[in-house]
Design a protein around this ligand. Structure first.
Ligand code: ADP
Ligand code: MG
Length: 290
């Protein structure tokens, strides 16, 4: 099972939209896909048309109780299941405050289902707290949606340091897969500049250790498309809502790119021997500070 955490400590950058539509797109390609909603706002759950209040077990029960994944799947389409979140999840961080190995709960529970799916995608909340930490400790790859605006790269190096720290202390197989540009306004100078900055940032980072060796800017751009913003209120992925939209095309392209990314990489199940160091301070932030 390939496993992906979709992270960014900022809200509104396209995490949930990417988790849902990448998941739905991969399922349409015949893959067995699970989407895990780890955000108390439950946006991915709602986007798939699942009512969080109807769920007997949610990711809150997974993290704070005895619940296992097997008891929580909602089938939303052929080959596509979602583990729902509920607002209760916001309390998990506090409830788990004194629990030993609280950052490894998700990893241990995921181990039991590693042969049930081809892809598991975790939609993370807009913070780098315990929920995101659980996701980073559990997965193989990090995907980072980025909205190209002036401050988009601000905070990127902090994020990368967090990924590096988790890789060196909690999860030696963790890899930065790359950045997906979302809400992209093609033709604007800024969008092009941000893309160039990200490319340059990763070019330097790729030499800093195994965590970064695959880091790339995905060449598929997710353009700003009103159909993507409308789809959640119908409880459908973009493919169920408007399969001929620009949004569906863009996520289709991303799916193909993701499939070829994985086709060229062998699955790492066990821990690695070489541990990665966190990256040096980012050139980008220096540049922006200058
Ligand atoms: P996050 O999960 O990072 O907070 P979302 O995926 O929920 O971000 O996106 C924030 C808002 O922008 C949502 O209302 C979503 O429907 C909308 N949105 C996301 N991507 C696009 C896009 N490419 N075009 C138009 N609207 C988008
Ligand atoms: Mg979200």
């Amino acid at each position: 099972m390939r496993s992906i955490a979709i992270i960014n400590q900022k809200g509104g950058v396209g995490k949930t939209t990417t988790a849902v539509n990448l998941g739905a797109g991969l399922a349409r390609e015949g893959k067995r896909v699970a989407v895990v909603d780890l955000d108390p706002q439950a946006h991915a759950t709602l986007h798939f048309g699942v009512d969080p209040r109807s769920a007997r077990n949610t990711t809150y029960h997974l993290l704070t109780g005895d619940a296992q994944f097997a008891s929580m799947w909602h089938t939303v389409d052929d080959g596509l299941k979602v583990a729902a979140a509920h607002l209760d999840l916001a309390a998990a961080e506090v409830e788990l405050a004194g629990v030993v190995s609280r950052e490894a709960i998700l990893r241990d529970k995921l181990a039991r289902i590693s042969s049930d799916f081809d892809y598991l995608i975790i939609d993370c909340p807009p913070s780098l707290g315990l929920l995101t930490l659980n996701a980073l400790a559990a997965v193989e790859d990090v995907f980072l949606p980025l909205q190209p605006h002036f401050l988009a790269l601000h905070g990127l190096s902090k994020l990368m340091q967090t990924v590096g720290l988790v890789a060196s202390r909690l999860n030696s197989r963790l890899r930065m897969a790359g950045v997906v540009l979302c809400l992209y306004e093609s033709g604007t100078r800024l969008a092009g500049e941000v893309a160039g900055d990200v490319e340059e940032y990763f070019t330097h980072l790729r030499n800093e250790g195994p965590v970064w060796e695959h880091a790339r800017l995905f060449s598929s751009r997710i353009r700003r498309n009103i159909r993507l913003a409308e789809a959640p209120s119908f409880g459908k992925s973009i493919f169920g809502y408007d399969a001929s939209s620009a949004g569906a095309n863009d996520y289709n392209a991303l799916c193909s790119e993701v499939l070829s990314y994985y086709a060229g990489r062998s699955l790492v199940e066990g821990p690695r021997t070489t541990l990665a160091a966190p990256p040096a301070a980012s050139m980008i932030e220096h540049r922006h500070a200058a």
